[in-house]
Design a protein around this ligand. Structure first.
Ligand code: HEM
Length: 497
């Protein structure tokens, strides 16, 4: 009970009491006093989105303080977002918040939480995107059809739960790139890997309840009860040993081989390699499948846009196959997906940082070391000052903005592309820590959507009455409705690749 109290109570809302008369704290959105704050913390976990939105409406282009996942966070918008993005890591640390939220030191290992080797691997992934695309293209039909086997037959159609089906398909594609054939198609691997992703997030939540000094012991204890982890580790260890027995030139060109080559030490540590792949799988899986699940639900709820997308895709293919280069020419599909990410942003906030040394914003608000800073994302994405008819789904919004700017400036406007970041589009964060996996995630999403539109009929079940099932908001995340189903049917004309 005491631990729970410590976790839920503010670390010390008055800890930032000003020594310097020129600085101040951000205004509290809810009371910081004990009792009320316990209630506020519980409320903030259940209704983070509503609290962030209220704060944004009251303190737009400024900042406020609210309970956030068990701590206090100063939440900013406007020009202050750039101040976070520009701040040195020695003041505002992304690494620290990632370590804290995923408990990397305990769940993955101190080497990874300290050195972040995975970032170099994502750079390798980005350099190899064209080759990676060919693997993804080769895996797509297998991944889609094996996930469809878990669905329910309804006349000519197969009914699937969106979250589950998209999760399976994206997992299959990611694993082809991460661990390659044959492991990526192993059903036991898929089962263990997917439950390991969920287990890791739950373990991180659990560990955070305990004081830092006790987390190592607690992790040792709970790992005895997580069989998915040992199954996944065992299978991966076998694959690693097989790869290590090959010369570097003979190894397949995938994340597993890159990781073995980059892992520190003469004799790479299997635990570190497993940890890196586990972490990459975790960050790539939930984000991409949630985003794609949202996009798919917009597609089936707005069938009037499907033919325009179909035309855009065929035009980009120019009589040829679906290729990496053709994806880059699918401007309307790009705009469609960016609009789905604007309206159903998977996280209400972005640019989360832990303050390492007291940090003062240009308006004099000082945030003491140890506290958290976040930026409003969804509120900004739905602000009429930045987006006309912000609550309306306008799939060609970014396409039209890019066209207009290209015409007026005589230069191709790339800032509205799906991977573009700005203070008013925070899906990927901003600045030096903006998502390094966004080119890969965008490639997967564009390819999968184009492939589905070319080869499958898709629709909402009649029971949905043509309405997109409402998103679910929980602890700051925006999840595609977990009960939403869609129907799929392979098209008869399979002449187009
Ligand atoms: C649609 C899918 C995705 C979304 C919406 C997304 C979103 C984000 C966001 C908001 C951040 C924080 C940026 C900041 O604070 O400024 C981030 C960071 C990161 N993302 Fe993604 N992400 C996605 C997919 C991926 C994928 C596929 C990978 C790996 C292949 C990945 C790897 C990472 C990593 C490693 C970081 C930390 C960067 C750093 O330490 O500097 N993400 N992502």
């Amino acid at each position: 009970m005491e631990t729970l109290r410590q976790w839920l109570a503010p670390s010390d809302p008055n800890a930032s009491s000003q020594d310097e008369s020129t600085t101040r704290e951000a205004p509290y959105l809810v009371s910081g006093s004990w009792g009320l704050s316990l209630f506020s913390h519980i409320r903030s976990i259940l209704w983070t989105d509503a609290l962030v939105q209220r704060g944004y409406e009251q303190h737009r282009d400024d900042m406020f303080k609210m309970p956030f996942l068990g701590s206090w966070a100063t939440v900013v918008s406007g020009k202050y977002v750039e101040e976070i993005a520009r701040a040195p890591d020695s003041y505002l640390s992304f690494q620290e918040i990632a370590n804290d939220q995923l408990q990397l030191e305990h769940l993955v290992g101190p080497e990874l939480s300290r050195d972040h080797i995975h970032l170099a691997l994502i750079r390798t992934l980005n350099r190899n995107l064209k080759g990676v695309y060919d693997e993804i293209a080769d895996e797509t039909e297998y991944s889609i059809s094996s996930a469809l086997k878990k669905g329910k037959d309804e006349n000519d159609w197969t009914s699937v739960n969106v979250n589950q089906w998209v999760g399976d398909v994206v997992f299959g594609l990611n694993q082809r790139i991460f661990v390659g054939l044959p492991l990526c198609r192993d059903e036991e691997w898929a089962k263990a890997g997917q439950s390991e992703d969920t287990a890791m997030v739950l373990r991180a939540y659990l560990l955070k309840i305990f004081p830092k000094s006790k987390r190592g012991e607690v992790q040792q204890y709970i790992s005895r009860f997580t069989s998915s982890m040992s199954v996944a580790r065992e299978m991966l260890t076998k694959a690693i040993k097989e790869r290590m027995a090959m010369t570097e030139e003979d190894r397949p060109n995938d994340m597993l081989s890159w990781t073995i080559s980059r892992a520190p030490g003469e004799e790479p540590d299997l635990k570190i390699i497993c940890g890196i792949l586990g972490l990459l799988s975790l960050v790539a899986q939930g984000t991409t499948s949630m985003s794609f699940g949202h996009a798919l639900l917009y597609l089936v709820a707005h069938p009037e846009h499907a033919s325009i997308l179909h035309e855009d895709i065929l035009q980009a293919m120019d009589g040829g196959d679906l290729t990496y280069q053709s994806l880059e020419r699918m401007h309307k599909l790009d705009s469609f997906l960016r609009e789905t990410q604007r309206l159903s942003t998977i996280s209400n906030v972005s640019l989360g940082r832990i303050v390492m040394q007291d940090f003062t914003f240009s308006n004099g608000v000082r945030v003491p070391a140890g506290e958290m800073i976040q930026a409003v994302a969804t509120g900004v994405h739905r602000d009429p000052a930045y987006y006309s008819d912000p609550l309306e789904f306008k799939p060609w919004r970014f396409y039209e903005l890019a066209q207009a700017e290209t015409l007026s400036t005589d230069r191709a406007a790339t800032k509205y592309n799906m991977v573009g970041t700005s203070t008013t589009y925070l899906t990927w964060g901003l600045g030096k820590h903006a998502c390094p996996g966004r080119w890969y995630a965008t490639m997967i999403m564009k390819h999968l959507m184009a492939y589905l539109i070319l080869h499958y009929d898709l629709k909402l079940p009649d029971s949905a009455n043509g309405q997109r099932p409402a998103d679910w908001n929980l602890t700051g995340a925006c999840i595609p409705n977990t009960k939403a189903n869609i129907l799929l049917r392979r098209k008869e004309d399979n002449t187009i690749n």
